[in-house]
Design a protein around this ligand. Structure first.
Ligand code: PLP
Length: 281
């Protein structure tokens, strides 16, 4: 069937963003969280699905990877037709998928050396500790994805896996940021959410020259499933709107703080963060 060219007048399209990530059957994290967040942020979200997880609030039971050529074909299909204002990665599952995605991003001009920002959320495991990345793929994240990233957003477990640095205080947070920047991204956001139990949590945003402490309130809730995905997607959406990196990260922080405050219990385990607050007016 021949496509009809879209030449008729209509509503202006919103900015677009692409998530290259896995599916969460429980609807709390992964591409489901990414699309919800992008929608709530006024962005048309598009997906290149990398893996399908069998998952609920209690944990990840299993996952199947999507063939690499299908992953990369999804990226090419949407970039070529609809255009991508900013992109992010979440669960990538295997070294083969990471290598193929990195090469495709170069071909379609997405990444820090291009005009299209690229956010890498180096997802390694679920909150329950279930692996979402094959172990040998960590090196591919370091060598293939980080040098192409405008921003990387690891949590403290991912920092330790990627750099060996154990973050316990402000000095080791800075050391971790430097170790991550040495791998090639333009900016790093070291998320301190899991560090201590004080009334606030501090994330460090750095590009090596600037070091910005971003402090936010800590919400006392166990229901934070999908929090990392939601933060990275909100940042990506803001970048798709044309915000500069520092503003986009502040926007993302505000978005995730409110989404954590609005989280709800669902199922027998960890409930999801919620972007529903955004619909309240
Ligand atoms: N499932 C998928 C498909 C994900 O992409 C992620 C996180 O990125 C998770 C699960 C884990 O989410 P959480 O650590 O918030 O439980």
């Amino acid at each position: 069937m021949t496509a009809t060219p879209n030449t008729t007048a209509g509503n202006p399209a919103p900015p677009t963003a692409l998530t290259i990530a896995g599916s969460d059957s429980g609807g709390g994290a992964g591409i489901q969280a990414d699309l919800r967040t992008m929608f709530a942020c006024g962005v048309h979200g598009m997906t290149a699905v990398t893996a399908v997880t069998v998952q609920n609030s209690v944990g990840v039971e299993n996952f199947a990877e999507i063939p690499t050529e299908i992953v990369t074909a999804q990226i090419r299909a949407v970039v070529g037709d609809m255009g991508v204002g900013a992109a992010k990665t979440g669960m990538l599952a295997t070294a083969d998928i990471i290598t193929a995605v990195a090469k495709t991003l170069d071909d379609v001009h997405i990444g820090r050396q291009t005009d299209t920002p690229f956010v890498v959320d180096p997802v390694a495991a679920s909150m329950h500790g279930d692996p979402l990345l094959r172990e040998e793929a960590l090196e591919a994240i370091r060598s293939e994805l980080f040098p192409r990233a405008t921003l990387v957003t690891p949590n403290l477990d991912e920092v330790r896996l990627l750099t060996g640095v154990e973050v316990t205080d402000a000095a080791s947070r800075r050391e971790a940021a430097d170790a991550l920047l040495a791998l090639g991204p333009e900016w790093v956001l070291v998320k301190g959410g899991h560090l201590d139990d004080g009334p606030t949590c501090v994330d460090l945003l750095s590009n090596g020259a600037e070091h910005i402490d971003l402090e936010g309130p800590r919400h006392d809730t166990p229901h934070t499933h999908g929090g990392g995905d939601t933060l990275a997607s909100a940042i990506t959406a803001s970048l798709a709107h044309g915000a500069d990196l520092r503003t986009a990260v502040r926007d993302g922080k505000r978005f995730i703080e409110r989404s954590v405050a609005a989280s709800y219990p669902l199922g027998r385990g960890i409930g999801p963060v919620s972007p529903f607050w955004r619909l309240d007016g």
